[in-house]
Design a protein around this ligand. Structure first.
Ligand code: ADP
Length: 384
């Protein structure tokens, strides 16, 4: 017998220890994976489900190197990372999936818009500027029917870093405000009929597996509810699948790729992408044959992908975002027909604390139950 003991599970190091890493950890052993999370605190959400915790910051090279030294492959739970550092580790032979090149699409919205435009993908009209004095600005604004949407290309999430000015003066003021932090993405404010999300998993060998399209409902820039199936035409579903294949081949990421689309009278526009399991895919835990978390780990550990088809007629997922006072998990647990996911995070108003999913044959019933559960749990979100 050899002394070179090879653990039978692939050791996947995860940068970040939030709810996505928590839910990866919950299914890891089922797919032959052990998770080691890079956490800032011992009580971060994912510390409850992982096999091992490494303490440190996501942008600290020493900490990420330490994580790499006890892992066979590195993946991520968020995009607040230093791409140059990751690229350096890759050059040293550390396997990062998705790669730093692929991650750039998700870390930098301006880069993403530019690359997608070059690839003839449908994106809102945009410019990238550094100051209000940029000569491009006036003529761009003149072309638009409304005031634009302003975005900080890096570091924003859940609507942070996305501004909706209501007048020309406000547009200039807000650009000034955002420009203190770097470039500003100024884009056309589209008339949205709805928003949908397409999840696609890409294996190490480039194989793609697409989840069915879902509707995402947003309020104040934050996702409130996700519904499977998406209430859009078959033509739009086909358009979404074709765009997803094109984007996945362009980005070349390994693992889950989430694409958020705007639905307009002119068809789909790409809003943004994420290269990790995504809020719009939480319904797959109960609603699909293989959850997005299992599939992400299968992909990054180099295994064949799991079946992405739905195994329920309807699924509704509602996020739980902390209200001023905590709700009652016990009360939520008394509601029949729901699955409660508690992220084990300390209560704080405005913080994403969990989600509730309901599945079944009746769309309305699933919607009502999921909302009852989320409200009992104590969400500040309003039913929309
Ligand atoms: P984040 O990265 O913080 O999630 P997004 O860029 O997805 O921010 O924007 C949040 C929400 O703001 C979107 O889901 C959408 O409802 C709205 N939004 C963003 N960009 C536009 C746009 N160009 N036109 C209309 N609505 C937009």
């Amino acid at each position: 017998m050899s002394n070179d003991f090879q653990p039978s599970r692939v050791r996947v190091g995860i940068i970040g220890a939030g709810q996505l890493a928590l839910m990866m950890g919950e299914v890891a052993h089922d797919v032959g994976v052990e998770t080691i999370v890079l956490a800032t605190n011992v009580d971060d959400a994912a510390a409850h489900s992982c096999d091992e915790v490494v303490l440190g910051e996501a942008k600290d090279l020493g900490a990420v190197s330490k994580l790499a030294s006890v892992s066979q492959v590195i993946t991520l739970d968020h995009e607040l990372v230093d791409l140059e550092q990751l690229a350096r580790l890759e050059r040293e032979g550390i396997v990062v999936r998705p790669s730093s090149d692929a991650l750039r699409f998700a870390v930098d919205k301006a880069y993403q818009r530019q690359r997608f435009l070059e690839a003839a993908l449908p994106v809102p009209r945009f410019i990238i500027i550094r100051t209000t004095a940029d000569p491009l600005l006036e003529s761009f604004l003149e072309q638009l029917p409304n005031e634009p949407v302003l975005k900080a290309p890096r570091g924003g999430y859940d609507g942070r870093g996305v501004l909706f000015p209501r007048s020309r003066d406000e547009t200039f003021e807000m650009i000034e405000q955002l420009s203190h932090h770097g470039d500003v993405l100024v884009e056309e404010r589209l008339e949205l009929q709805s928003e949908v999300a397409q999840l696609v998993v890409r294996g190490v060998d480039g194989t793609l597996a697409l989840y069915p399209l879902v509707t995402t409902v947003q309020a104040n820039g934050m996702c409130v509810e996700v519904r499977y199936p998406a209430e859009v035409s078959e033509t739009l579903k086909e358009q979404s699948a074709a765009l997803a294949r094109k984007i996945a081949s362009l980005v070349q990421g390994v693992g889950v790729l989430a694409i958020e689309f705007f639905v307009t009278s002119e068809g789909l526009f790409v809003n943004e992408i994420a290269l990790r399991p995504h809020n719009s895919g939480h319904w797959t835990i109960e609603g699909a044959t293989t959850s997005q978390f299992a599939n992400h780990l299968l992909a990054v550990s180099g295994q064949p992908l799991g079946d992405t088809s739905a195994r329920v007629a309807h699924a509704v997922m509602v996020n739980v975002v902390g209200a001023d006072t905590p709700g009652s998990l016990e009360a939520a647990r008394r509601i029949p027909g729901i699955f409660i996911h508690d992220y084990a995070k300390a209560w704080r108003p405005g913080r994403k604390l969990g989600h509730v999913t309901s599945v079944g044959d009746d769309a309305h019933e699933a919607h009502v139950r999921a909302w009852q559960g989320a409200q009992a749990f104590g969400t500040v979100m309003k039913e929309v």
